[in-house]
Design a protein around this ligand. Structure first.
Ligand code: FE2
Length: 426
């Protein structure tokens, strides 16, 4: 990630402008919330929102000022409080974290200093993306706490009639053959996305769209949560222990939470807030399985005609709201088929945005993995009890929504804006 060579001045300007835009959006995300909403622990799974703000500042100071430019930390006394690795989320409520006014001042003081530093656009990119990723985490907290969104949702035009009926059970064929997996060597990517490597996959089938609320409602109605034959033993034990009977965020009367609003379940929207356990059970109930990461990425990027992986399902252009439900505009999923321009060469819709998609395997490094810039970013999580999610959600910033990005969490977690896409052997 950090570059040995300075980028052209234009690129530096771009990243600084993007950092300024991003900061304005971070602040706007919580400006309407009162101090209690900002400072309280809403869930043992999540940090107080104001902790995220202080942590964003601390990370920027650490990487740009301290490690990048050799300056002493602005607030060495806060290093431990804001070290995500040292202090698990469950304990963050007890830390002496900065309250609203101090956290906002800290963000500003750090930015005043980092804005003056010599260019290292790749380090700046790391810091920018870190902030943007934390805003998705903050939206998870806001969703769990049923806090209001900062503005009315910006909703795209309705889906085309021929796509509006998709349920997520329709499959496309991906022929056997090679593909390349992972991020290209140039440009920004996280260590766990590299190195790019060739993979040979047998033919498989994969959902044309993510699984919808409608399909998931049918699974529930068909006794999906009462039929142990569809669940792994571990998943069943989890479901029984916590008395799980439907996706998180659904109510018993077929409504779902969208921030502070409880709306009737829209059968055409992708299901969200399911754990890997539930996603796996849904797939088994349909004689299917979750895709492997390689299958997912091949279905999202591989252009059979040219024998190359596209940077995005639709082509070269970064994610925009024309191609995908991304960038924290809709405050929820939108009906499948809303973004036909976002289709991948294989014909899959909604690979980027809307809902993260669980994949089947664990989280590990690619062959030849090298930790960069620090082991705690991904390497310490390899081989653990994690499953990988792909594609981003409506809450993922456009800049970070790429098909090679790998997110990971425990198989029982449901706070993520995560759904699924089914797959089958050909
Ligand atoms: Fe962080």
């Amino acid at each position: 990630m950090p570059s040995e060579t300075a980028a052209p001045p234009g690129a530096r300007r771009d990243v600084l402008d993007a950092m300024a835009d991003s900061r304005a959006r971070t602040l706007a995300l919580v400006a309407h919330l009162d101090d209690d909403a900002l400072e309280r622990v809403h869930s043992p799974l999540m940090s107080p929102l104001v902790w995220d703000l202080g942590h964003i500042a601390a990370f920027e100071d650490l990487w740009l000022a301290h490690r990048g430019a050799g300056l002493p930390l602005l607030r060495a006394d806060l290093a431990e409080v804001y070290d995500a690795f040292e202090t698990p989320r469950a304990q963050r409520g007890e830390l002496p974290y900065l309250r609203r006014a101090e956290a906002l001042a800290y963000l500003e003081q750090v930015r005043e200093r980092t804005a003056e530093l010599p260019p290292d656009p790749l380090l700046h990119e790391l810091v920018l993306r870190h902030e943007q990723q934390h805003t998705e985490t903050m939206l998870q907290t806001m969703q769990l706490a049923h806090l209001p969104a900062p503005h009315e949702p910006d909703l795209p035009a309705p889906a085309q009639p021929d796509l509006a009926g998709l349920t997520g059970l329709e499959l496309v064929d991906v022929p056997a053959g090679p593909c390349t997996i992972g991020a290209a060597a140039e440009g920004f990517a996280y260590d766990n996305e590299r190195p790019r490597h060739d993979v040979e996959l047998p033919a498989f089938r994969i959902g044309r769209a993510p699984v919808t609320n409608g399909a998931f409602m049918e699974f529930v109605a068909a006794g999906g949560y009462r039929r142990p034959e569809w669940w792994s033993r571990e998943a069943w034990a989890w479901k029984e222990q916590y008395d799980i009977t439907h996706p998180a965020g659904w109510t018993a009367d077929e409504r779902e939470w969208r921030m502070d609003r409880c709306e009737p379940l829209d059968p055409h929207k992708p299901v969200v807030h399911v754990s890997w356990f539930e996603a796996d059970a849904f797939a088994r109930a349909h004689g299917a399985r979750l895709p492997t990461e390689s299958e997912w990425e091949k279905a999202a990027t591989w252009d059979q005609e040219t024998g190359t992986a596209r940077p995005q399902p639709w082509g070269e252009e970064p994610a925009t709201t024309t191609c995908a439900n991304v960038d924290q505009r809709s405050f929820g999923t939108v009906p499948v088929g809303t973004h036909p321009q976002g289709a991948s060469p294989a014909g899959c819709l909604g690979m980027i945005g809307d809902a993260w998609e669980w994949t089947t395997g664990g989280f590990d490094g690619y062959p030849g993995f090298a930790a960069h810039p620090y082991r705690e970013y991904s390497e310490v999580f390899f081989g653990g009890d994690y499953r990988v999610l792909r594609g981003g959600s409506w809450a993922t910033c456009a800049r970070v929504a790429t098909p090679t990005f790998r997110n990971w969490d425990h198989p029982q977690r449901r706070q993520i804006f995560a759904g699924l896409r089914i797959a089958k052997d050909a």
